[in-house]
Design a protein around this ligand. Structure first.
Ligand SMILES: Cc1cc2nc3c(=O)[nH]c(=O)nc-3n(C[C@H](O)[C@H](O)[C@H](O)COP(=O)(O)O)c2cc1C
Length: 241
């Protein structure tokens, strides 16, 4: 890519990142369905651990379910006025099935040997924890012993570890989704202020899934942003080595 195109990209990216704000009030205007779909497709382009794509999206658009979900979002303005609500969850347990999916869909057929070894053997060692995490102590000990001699990945020992692992990738997809809406001229508000029991019940979300966040999307109302953006200065949050 030539440098002037790159400079232009950097400027466009800055404008998108800078204009993305948490909007708490949207206009009474529906986002075209194809725009929402395009943003969801762009969410899927987020980096994700081992390409295992344990994320899942529920798109709540119809007025009835939206109203009910807004109630579960504690009646927050962003949820009540949104054109669309996207519930992002993780399904950590699909990791094994998605190892097979990666092998079946690898863009080169046959997949390189190293890819086969990764999804057939290595990933299974990294992500397996056994039923109710029974493998956890064995894994912890084995990884610690290997770690005495060489650098070794630590972690992914328990159900909780695997949940955190999956949530990281889904959070990146959520950010991609929000930036995509901004790029399309719409706005969003990420929300964790919701009653998860109600949301699980309303959308029939199995208990094996964890809700990461709910993203409200719509057209920003003039009074939709409550204050200017402010952040702790970078130098207070940065160490350089
Ligand atoms: C995981 C997460 C959960 C959030 N939950 C809520 C929420 O429930 N309600 C809300 O109004 N804002 C929520 N926010 C928005 C934050 O308050 C907001 O991002 C922060 O104050 C910075 O403002 P900005 O997004 O406009 O830059 C959430 C943000 C994140 C990342």
């Amino acid at each position: 890519m030539n440098p002037s195109t790159l400079e232009n990209h950097a400027q466009v990216f800055h404008e998108i990142a800078d204009s993305r704000r948490s909007v708490r009030k949207f206009l009474d205007e529906a986002i075209p369905e194809d725009v929402v779909r395009a943003c969801l497709e762009e969410a899927l382009l987020a980096p994700n651990s081992s390409n295992l794509q344990t994320w899942y999206f529920r798109w709540v658009r119809s007025a009835g379910p939206r109203k009910e979900l807004a109630r579960a979002c504690m009646g927050q303005n962003a949820a009540k006025t949104a054109s669309d609500l996207i519930v992002i969850t993780v399904r950590p347990h699909v990791w094994r099935q998605h190892c097979d999916w990666n092998l079946a869909h690898y863009p080169v057929d046959p997949a390189p040997k190293i890819v086969g070894t990764y999804y057939r053997k290595l990933a299974k060692m990294l992500y397996a924890i056994g039923p109710f995490g029974v493998l956890s102590p064995v894994k912890r000990l084995a990884f610690a012993l290997i770690g005495l001699r060489q650098p070794m990945i630590r972690g992914l020992y328990s159900v909780a570890d695997r949940r955190v692992w999956a949530v990281k990738s889904a959070a990146l997809a959520s950010e991609n989704l929000m930036l995509a809406f901004s790029a399309h001229g719409y706005d969003t508000c990420p929300m964790e202020g919701f009653d998860k029991v109600l949301v699980h019940r309303q959308l029939n979300i199995p208990h094996s899934e964890e809700i990461v966040m709910i993203v409200a999307a719509g057209r920003r109302a003039p009074e939709g942003v409550y204050h200017e953006s402010y952040r702790i200065p970078l130098d207070e949050l940065l160490e350089k080595f």
